[in-house]
Design a protein around this ligand. Structure first.
Ligand SMILES: [Zn+2]
Length: 242
C-alpha cells in the first residue's frame, strides 16, 4: 500500500479550526434558541416549509426580534446574506412565523410547517451565498420530513393580502429547477375568467379566503412577479398544475 506524505506546511483537515470554515459549506446551524415556540398541535408534523424575509436591516436585529418574548414571533431558521445559518427552534416544535392563513385547505400553518427567515429588507436581491445555504437547508428538510416540492411555499402564498414575503425579488424558478418548489405548468386557459382562475389557483394551493384582485396579486407575486394589469391567460399558465 502506498503511503502519501503530506506536503510540508499543509495540515490535515482535521486540524483545521472549525471557526474558519466557509459558512455556506457548513450545515451545522449556530444554535440561538428562541423562547417563542410551543408544541405542534393535534400531533401534526411538518408537511410544509414557509419562506420569509425578515424586512429588517440586519440579521442581528432579526435575531433579537425573533428571540424577544415580547414580540411573540420566531422561526426555525434564519439565514444571513452571507449564508450563516442559525437555528432558533427545534424542527419538532411549533415556531410562530406564519400567523393567520391557509394553504391547500389547511389552517394552523405553524403546526404543519418549518419556517425559514431570510435576512433581507424586502427591497434588495437575495445574495448567492444565502440562496445556496437555503437550498442546502431545504434539501435536508425535504429528506427529513418527506416534504415534496409543492410543500415549499412563501408566506404570501398562505396569507394573500396580509403578507408579501419573500417578495418579487425571490428566485422561485431557481428553486423549482432543483425540485425545491413547484414550477409553472405553462397550461393556458381557454377562457380567462375569474371563476376558472379561482378554481385553478385553489387547485394549486391558494385556498385562503380573499377577493379576486388579492388572489391575483398573490399568485403573481409567486409566479409572475413583474406582471401587471387585468387577468390574462398567462396567469393560468403561471400556476403549477394542481
Ligand atoms: Zn413572513
Amino acid at each position: 500500500m502506498a503511503t502519501v506524505t503530506p506536503a510540508v506546511g499543509i495540515r490535515a483537515p482535521s486540524a483545521w479550526p472549525l471557526a474558519i470554515a466557509d459558512p455556506v459549506e457548513s450545515l451545522t446551524p449556530i444554535q440561538h434558541p428562541s423562547p417563542n415556540f410551543g408544541p405542534r398541535r393535534d400531533g401534526l408534523t411538518p408537511s410544509l416549509v414557509v419562506i420569509h424575509y425578515t424586512a429588517m436591516t440586519s440579521a442581528t436585529a432579526a435575531l433579537d426580534r425573533l428571540c424577544d418574548p415580547v414580540a411573540e414571533v420566531s422561526a426555525h431558521y434564519l439565514i444571513s446574506r452571507t449564508g450563516t445559518l442559525w437555528q432558533l427552534v427545534d424542527e419538532d416544535m411549533r415556531a410562530w412565523h406564519a400567523g393567520v392563513g391557509e394553504w391547500a385547505g389547511e389552517g394552523d400553518i405553524n403546526s404543519r410547517s418549518i419556517g425559514i427567515e431570510l435576512d433581507n429588507t424586502g427591497a434588495h436581491p437575495f445574495p448567492e451565498p444565502q440562496m445556496r445555504q437555503l437550498e442546502r437547508v431545504l434539501t435536508q428538510i425535504q429528506t427529513r420530513w418527506a416534504i415534496p416540492a409543492r410543500g415549499i411555499i412563501g408566506h404570501s402564498d398562505m396569507a394573500p393580502g396580509r403578507k408579501f414575503d419573500p417578495g418579487p425579488k425571490f428566485d422561485w424558478p431557481r428553486l423549482a429547477r432543483q425540485n425545491l418548489a413547484m414550477a409553472s405548468s405553462g397550461q393556458t386557459a381557454q377562457d380567462a375568467n375569474w371563476p376558472s382562475f379561482r378554481a385553478a389557483a385553489h387547485l394549486a394551493g391558494f385556498t385562503a379566503p380573499c377577493d379576486n384582485q388579492t388572489l391575483l396579486r398573490a399568485v403573481r407575486l409567486r409566479h409572475r412577479p413583474h406582471a401587471t394589469g387585468p387577468l390574462t391567460a398567462a396567469d393560468f399558465a403561471a400556476l403549477p398544475s394542481g
